[in-house]
Design a protein around this ligand. Sequence first.
Ligand SMILES: [Zn+2]
Length: 89
Amino acid sequence: MSEQLLKVLLEEIKFLRVICQGCHTVIELPIESIGEKFADQRCPFCKNSFTVAGVVPPDPFHTLALALQSLQKISSQVKIEFVVPQEQG
Ligand SMILES: [Zn+2]
């Protein structure tokens, strides 16, 4: 069985979609905004907590934004690709 893969370069990723599992609201925003948008680590709509049990700050949204932005800045030195398997019908 063959598998088709979708490869997305990190530097091509400009927006993230955050899907609250409490109210199912989809929040799409630029990478650079996610740390600020989720600074209180809660869904801005239903206040569902986005904290990780047992983990103290730094919060995961801020950490993710920093990591993505840092890696994008050094894309001339290293390329990162996300690989998404696609099912063939
Ligand atoms: Zn919510």
